[in-house]
Design a protein around this ligand. Structure first.
Ligand code: ZN
Length: 133
């Protein structure tokens, strides 16, 4: 894992939170994208080497709203950039980590992604992501 690629933040409404984060970060949202497989709407901001990803549910009872019901709005996951996601999944599996899904799938922002199970990582949801060439 060579850097924090982005931090994912669960929000109730992108309409409210995009202007808030534009004000906070002093930069404009450069991309909005819906991830159909996850039913989430995302919005991205650049912050130096890393990014902020805002996540809003695109349906009422999806994963983001369930998260917000339990924990409130806030940090949802930390994403690490990896060069080879398959090798990294293998390395972490042999080290005893559990994955929510081991098969890399297409995420937002042109990435292959995998999520580790937060019960094995002190409650932090970890995303691995590899840029699609
Ligand atoms: Zn993410």
């Amino acid at each position: 894992m060579h850097k924090i690629e982005h931090i994912g933040i669960a929000v109730k409404s992108l309409d409210i939170s995009i202007p808030l984060f534009e004000k906070l970060l002093g930069s404009t949202c450069y991309k909005q994208e819906t991830v159909e497989t996850e039913k989430v709407n995302t919005a991205f901001f650049r912050t130096g080497e890393s990014k902020i990803e805002l996540l809003e549910d695109s349906n009422q009872h999806g994963i983001i709203n369930r998260f917000i019901e339990k924990k409130g709005e806030g940090v949802h996951h930390i994403a690490f950039a990896v060069k080879n996601i398959v090798e990294e999944v293998d390395r972490l599996k042999s080290a005893g980590f559990e994955f929510i899904q081991e098969e890399p799938k297409r995420g937002a922002d042109n990435k292959l992604v995998c999520f580790l199970h937060p019960k094995g990582t002190n409650g932090v949801l970890i995303e691995l992501c590899q840029e699609i060439e």
